[in-house]
Design a protein around this ligand. Structure first.
Ligand code: GDP
Length: 341
């Protein structure tokens, strides 16, 4: 029912064949802000979604993939962990894609440090696909769509990592099945320093560097987080967030971490919570898209921009209420475009 262009059909076919070169091309396409690219990107994503829908009807599994978000302060050991953990899940017969969100890179326009140096072994493995963050634009939406492309290319485990700090953690939590927070072996007062909100949305807290001189501190941190979690409401009734100690460097605890992740996945899936969560996330992204699209259109209209500038000054001076100004802008915009296609 879709009229996809032959370029899009070709991309789709190649992605299905697990062709990494075309997967990369497709991700570049969804990252593009060009209007014609946006159209093609949506055609491609629709083809993928339709196929998934058919497959769901066939096998009765609406989420045959597992999306894991991983956040944590810089230096906590995320790269080291992903490298080792990635290799571990490959050994379990999975194919893994690693995508990164780096809000700070949108300012510099550059990409993060080479992933080949961050994850040397994983990045050369045939069954792993590592994609650095996009360097501009609406990062989170791009990552969300890139993840769907990776899944279509047969990567059944997607790891979404946050590189920078900021609002990216919530963004990541909103596109994954499970949100994992990695923390250093320090507890007590330092937990207070962590944004409370981030502990609240975590399904699993990994205390890394539980080795050598840090072993005791890691044990204390783990106890502190465990008691902190007791006072928080779990986001779902089928899972209580857990705390685990690992050492990415010493390669220990990774199997237990994976075991917990699978437990979570199965609990969410068998209860129907997972497909509900994904559905809610899709609606949320629709609204995100609507908001940003409308804002883009407002901002690209010169007349409206001038009006906004004038009104903003009045609001700033206290001559007009914020609400009146907002109504005025929206009314002007709607009147201007009503009837226009
Ligand atoms: P990221 O910024 O979160 O990606 O952190 P990295 O993976 O780059 O690690 C930061 C530093 O911590 C590096 O020097 C790592 O070697 C070290 N590191 C990572 N994992 C461990 C661990 O399990 N134990 C110890 N002792 N050091 C670690």
């Amino acid at each position: 029912t879709h009229c996809a262009s032959s370029k899009v059909l070709e991309l789709y076919k190649r992605i299905k064949m697990k062709d990494r070169y075309y997967l990369a091309k497709a991700i570049t396409l969804v990252e593009s802000t060009r209007k014609d690219h946006r159209v093609e990107a949506q055609q491609l994503l629709s083809l993928i979604m339709d196929a998934q829908h058919e497959r769901t009807k066939e096998i009765g599994d609406s989420a045959p993939t597992f999306r894991i978000g991983l956040s944590g302060p810089p230096g906590v050991g995320k790269s080291t962990f992903i490298e080792r953990f990635g290799m571990y899940i490959l050994s379990q017969g999975h194919r893994v894609a690693v995508l990164a969100i780096d809000p700070s890179s949108s300012k510099t326009g550059g990409s993060i440090l080479g992933d080949k140096t961050r994850m040397p072994e994983l990045s050369y493995h045939d069954d792993a696909y590592i994609r650095p963050s996009a360097s501009h634009g609406t990062l989170a939406r791009n990552t969300n769509e890139a993840m769907i492309l990776c899944e279509a290319a047969g990567y059944d485990i997607c790891l979404i990592e946050t590189i920078g700090v900021g609002q990216s953690e919530t963004m990541v939590a909103e596109m994954v099945d499970m949100f994992v927070l990695m923390v250093p072996p320090a507890g007590g007062d330092e937990i207070q320093g962590l944004k409370k909100g981030i502990v609240e949305i975590s399904d699993l807290i990994i205390v890394n560097k539980a080795d050598g001189v840090f072993a005791n501190a890691a044990r204390e941190a783990s106890a502190d987080y465990t008691s902190a979690l007791k006072y928080l409401h779990p986001s779902t009734s089928v899972w209580n967030p857990k705390v685990i100690r690992v050492s990415a460097k010493a390669n220990s605890g990774l199997d237990e971490a994976w075991k917990l992740m699978q437990e979570y996945y199965h609990a969410m899936k068998s209860s129907g919570e997972l497909s509900k969560k994904r559905g809610e996330q899709r609606s949320l992204w629709m609204w995100r898209q609507i908001t940003s699209e409308l804002l883009d259109r407002l901002n690209s209209d010169k007349e409206i921009c001038e009006l906004v500038d004038q009104l903003e000054q009045k609001v700033f001076n206290g001559e007009m209420t914020s609400g009146t100004a907002a109504d005025h802008v929206v009314d002007t915009f709607t009147r201007k475009y009503s009837g226009a296609k």
